[in-house]
Design a protein around this ligand. Sequence first.
Ligand code: FES
Ligand code: FE
Length: 427
Amino acid sequence: MQQVLPQADAVERAGDGLADLYRARKPWHTLPGPLYHDPGAFEADLDVIFHKTWIQVALVADVPEAGDVYAFDIGRTPVLIVRTDDDEVLAFHNVCRHRAARLVPNGRSIVGKLVCPYHQWAYELTGALIDAPHMGQDLDKSLYHLEPVAIRVIGGLIYMCLSDNPPDDIDAFAQILTPRIAPYDLARAKIAFECDLIEEGNWKLTMENNRECYHCGANHPELALSFFAVDFGVDPDMLAPHERRELEAHNARCATQKGEWEACGLVSSALESDVTAATNYRTERLMIAGNGESQTLDSRAAVRVPLSPTVAHGTGDTHLWGPTSWNHLMGDHAVVFNAFPIAPNRTLVRTKWLVNEAAVEGVDYDRDNLIAVWMETNRQDAALVAMAQAGVQSAGYRPGPYSRFTEKTLDDFISWYVERMRVHGVW
Ligand code: FES
Ligand code: FE
């Protein structure tokens, strides 16, 4: 996947007009329209969110063996992740130090060395330049090491920050996240299926859409089978007396279940970062509705073998959101979503389904059954995001209010975003 984006300097192009839009953002409201489609706003987002913030971008399962390389673009910045012969997972800019060619194509490859296709400069998997033909014996190769990129592996998830000075609260985040996801042993899981989908919308609309389930009942009949709608917020004044009693009973069941999970070492409580924190997240383990096991069409496990020996079918769904990612970790499989900005009004959503490395397709799981719910849900979400994008670009758009019952997570996310832009001087 090659992405070509217009060149511009984010903050210079932003100017006062853009700054005024951030100042004009009303709490508990969607953003002023241009912040969802203006090229200058997009540049500012690339600069601040995608270059200076820790974002979840990949999995160690993307590079399971020494010599495996996984390459992709963050905005217009090509990067690669490699597993070395010493079993280290490293990341570099996917840019040759000679005359800047892309070293490996996007996607996955298996290499002994990283050899540039242009003039055959060759690099060790550690990034060290080892061969530069016809450059003279006096070339100091140590000056042309591949440019490293900061990554942090947390429980098999790879977080990346393109800045030379990444926010240091990643350590605190790792401490919080590690015990929550360690039981899934994602570092030893394998990718059973992967799918790229282009959403015709700004990346923030992609993220707003997946951070709420206000829309799920009316739009996601397949996903709704495994979700308790009330878990995502409800206006109590809209409930009939018997519905209130049902809600109270459900909440009591959830509290009991979470207590049992916690007693088994499966952290379940809801936890989210402060809107002023550099590294943004929200996580919680929720019960699965219906048969209670998995996000499938019958809400039963899609994979016979649990993801790891320390989880089991029926241990709920650990939801994990970052500013550009969302994840569902269940007893039998996990689904991991990463959003990559392509243009002000286009976003790549890359979805990966993870299963136990020992699970065999056709024996332990049926692939179509494994992916059915989220393939359909992703298509539905893409249509919703495109619809909202058309709206925010229209002359009739005015920022709309978030529900304090069902969209608090959106106000948190957008407030965090606006604060990041302020901290980095966009306004
Ligand atoms: Fe890579 Fe010349 S650009 S070897
Ligand atoms: Fe959705």
